[in-house]
Design a protein around this ligand. Structure first.
Ligand code: ADP
Ligand code: MG
Length: 637
């Protein structure tokens, strides 16, 4: 009798097993998908080692997966000729969960059993077998020469046993599932066959069910496009991306010379970066001559395209090469550049040919794509994907590309303008936009914090500088005429003498406000508002972000511009001309500053704000009561 050692599952595993075996009754069939997927992974690994020329036992065995059902005994047994597991690997792989984000996942699983579908994405696929199993026996022999075989046994209730396996055991793993009474359907051939067809049709190794091969083993990415149906594409996508939804779109592209490769890349419908962690199945499947080299290659596509799933295969890459050195292979670099260029062109075409699909793409993945602003070798193609809401859009959902923006620019407009803010309403109230409205210049509205890096990061597009509207050099706008209606308004020009007095008023306001403002100046950009705060060197939104990162550094005081034709300012001028020391000037200066700061979104000192508002109210009330006195003195009509 061989010796048996008793082990306890890690706490997280116990918790997971508890949920799997007690509360989940729907979607139980995913356990078959997971066991097949593990068998295929094990075969991929052993095939990879064999092409690298590594020594292994039972080298003559075919790479295949066998599933044997016994309806009478109620057992489901899956056997592969893959890499197998050593004693330590059994303990680590089938007793613990090492991956980050798992406990989050377990919580989600408990909350909604639909999440069982995601089980493979979180590296806990094996344990799903306990949704249907009363008892599981795993017999395994590692591929490395001279490794003994082992038998792992558990009923999924907290512990497992490992004993020595048979001496004549062949390389690979065999998992015997003794089904629970209520799960005996998984010992029926028609049932298991339909599950394999549903989930595992694209497994690249033969799957033999009770001796008969049931899957097709076709590498659809190597097929001509005309041979592949939409359904096959979607089925394949669901298989490799662990998704239950169809793909949003895909690019199937092969090249022959001077470089040879096949690629099939999918755009998922949804953003998979939930739980605030990057998606565990990120990366694409890299094949060299039918051998899977890396199931999660993250080097071929740049980080800003990390939501893409799919396959890339080339027959011209060396097989006996490690994943690491492959990335420096000059041939690989060429493939990479071609694929990324093609994919970006594909997405740009999508915008033209299928605008609705593109909109969906941009909504879900645009935030990530914008991280690509600093891919200088593909800059124009990346920037061409950028879409924004704008002052010309009728609501938040209407988007414009940089190209379309340039197309409809007035002739004398030299630059591309954008403004950032949390939402459309806040942005539209930004006084910095008044001059743009008056001149009918379109401004891109940016709601996403990444825009603050992405747009200035692009610096320019099609030789047009990209400038934040609150940073515009007003000289650039001089040549662009005002809209007709506004032209009449602005005939109300100030005289030279007025300007001099207004300048003095500005000096006085600066005196009053002191360090709160960098300076006070007469504005050329304001139409309807009396005053605006302007930051120099950095857009106002960017400044706010910097403040988040360096909260101890006080924000730089801004320039306050005042509107020289606004009645409020003209009234102040009247008071100033009568008495430059009038107390009312002080109250007004503070209120003007506070209200401009509020609109700018910069934090206003609430203490200061309250006292200035109160003194304004009391001064107004004083005036009002005096006036009413006067009225009362007059004889009534
Ligand atoms: P994942 O497959 O995402 O790693 P699983 O829970 O499905 O997570 O499997 C855990 C680990 O157990 C695998 O990574 C693998 O190392 C090991 N394993 C499972 N099944 C097999 C098998 N048939 N052959 C070899 N190793 C296996
Ligand atoms: Mg797995």
């Amino acid at each position: 009798m061989p010796e048996t050692t008793h082990y306890e599952f890690q706490a997280e595993v116990r918790q997971l097993l508890d949920i799997l075996s007690h509360s989940l009754y729907t979607h139980r069939d995913v356990f078959i998908r997971e066991l097949i997927s593990n068998a295929a992974d094990a075969l991929d690994k052993v095939r990879f080692n064999s092409v690298k020329g590594e020594e292994m036992c039972d080298a003559a065995l075919d790479f295949e997966i066998k599933i044997d059902l016994d309806e009478k005994e109620k057992t489901f047994t899956i056997t592969d000729t893959g890499i197998g597991m050593t004693h330590q690997e059994l303990i680590d792989n089938l007793g613990t969960i090492a991956r980050s984000g798992t406990s989050e996942f377990v919580k989600q699983l408990a909350a909604d059993d639909k999440n069982v579908n995601l089980i493979g994405r979180f590296g806990v696929g094996f344990y799903s077998v306990f949704m249907a199993a009363e008892k599981v026996d795993v017999t395994t022999k590692a591929a490395a020469p001279d490794e003994p075989a082992w038998i792992w046994t558990s009923d999924g209730t907290g512990t497992f046993d490992i004993a020595e396996g048979p001496k004549d055991q062949k390389r690979g793993t065999s998992i015997k599932v003794t089904l629970r009474d209520n799960a005996d359907e998984f010992a029926q051939k028609w049932k298991v066959q339909s599950i394999i067809e549903k989930y595992s049709n694209f497994v690249p190794f033969p799957i033999k069910l009770n001796g008969e091969q049931v899957n097709k083993v076709t590498a659809i990415w190597r097929e001509p496009k005309s041979n592949v149906s939409k359904e096959q594409y979607n089925e394949f996508y669901k298989f490799i991306a662990h998704q239950s939804d169809d793909a949003l779109s895909w690019m199937h592209f092969s090249a022959d010379a001077p470089i040879q490769f096949h690629s099939l890349l999918f755009v998922p419908k949804t953003n998979m970066e939930f739980f605030g962690i990057e998606s565990p199945d990120e990366g694409i499947n890299l094949f060299v001559r039918r051998v899977l080299i890396d199931a999660h290659d993250k080097e071929i596509l740049p980080n800003y395209l990390r939501f893409i799933r799919g396959v890339l295969e080339s027959d011209d890459l060396p097989l006996n090469i490690s994943r690491e050195t492959l990335q420096d292979n000059p041939y690989m670099i060429k493939i990479k550049n071609t694929v990324v260029g093609k994919l970006l062109s594909y997405l740009n075409d999508l915008a033209k040919k299928e605008p609705e699909t593109f909109k969906e793409f941009w909504k879900n993945h645009g935030r990530i794509v914008k991280e690509g602003y600093n891919d200088f070798s593909n800059k124009d193609k990346v920037a061409a994907l950028f879409h924004f809401n704008s002052s010309k859009g009728k609501d938040k959902t209407e988007l414009v590309s940089l190209d379309a923006y340039i197309d409809r620019m007035p002739t004398d407009q030299e630059e591309i303008y954008y403004i950032s803010g949390p939402d459309r309403k806040t942005i539209e109230n930004n006084p910095a936009l008044e001059i743009f409205k008056a001149k009918d210049i379109e401004v891109l509205y940016c709601y996403d914090p990444i825009d603050e890096f992405a747009l200035p990061g692009l610096f320019n597009y099609k030789e047009k500088n990209i400038v934040s509207a609150d940073q515009v050099d007003l000289k650039k706008l001089e040549k662009i005429p005002n809209k007709e209606a506004d032209d009449k308004k602005s005939t109300k020009k100030t005289t030279k003498k007025d300007e001099k007095d207004l300048d003095k008023l500005a000096r006085r306001l600066k005196d009053i406000l002191g360090d709160k403002v960098e300076d006070v100046k007469l504005s050329d950009r304001l139409v309807n508002s009396p005053a605006v705060l302007v930051s120099q060197g950095m857009s106002s939104q960017m400044e706010k972000m910097m403040h988040i990162y360096t909260p101890d550094k006080p924000p730089k005081p801004k320039l306050m511009e005042i509107n020289k034709t606004h009645p409020l300012i003209l009234n102040l001028l009247t008071i100033y001309k009568k008495d430059a020391k009038d107390h009312m000037l002080e109250t007004a200066a503070y209120n003007l500053f506070n209200s401009a700061a509020l609109l700018d979104g910069t934090i206003v000192d609430p203490q200061l704000m309250a006292t200035t508002i109160q003194s304004m109210i009391s001064e107004t009330l004083d005036l009002y009561t005096k006036e009413t006195d006067v009225v009362e003195d007059q004889p009534s009509e």
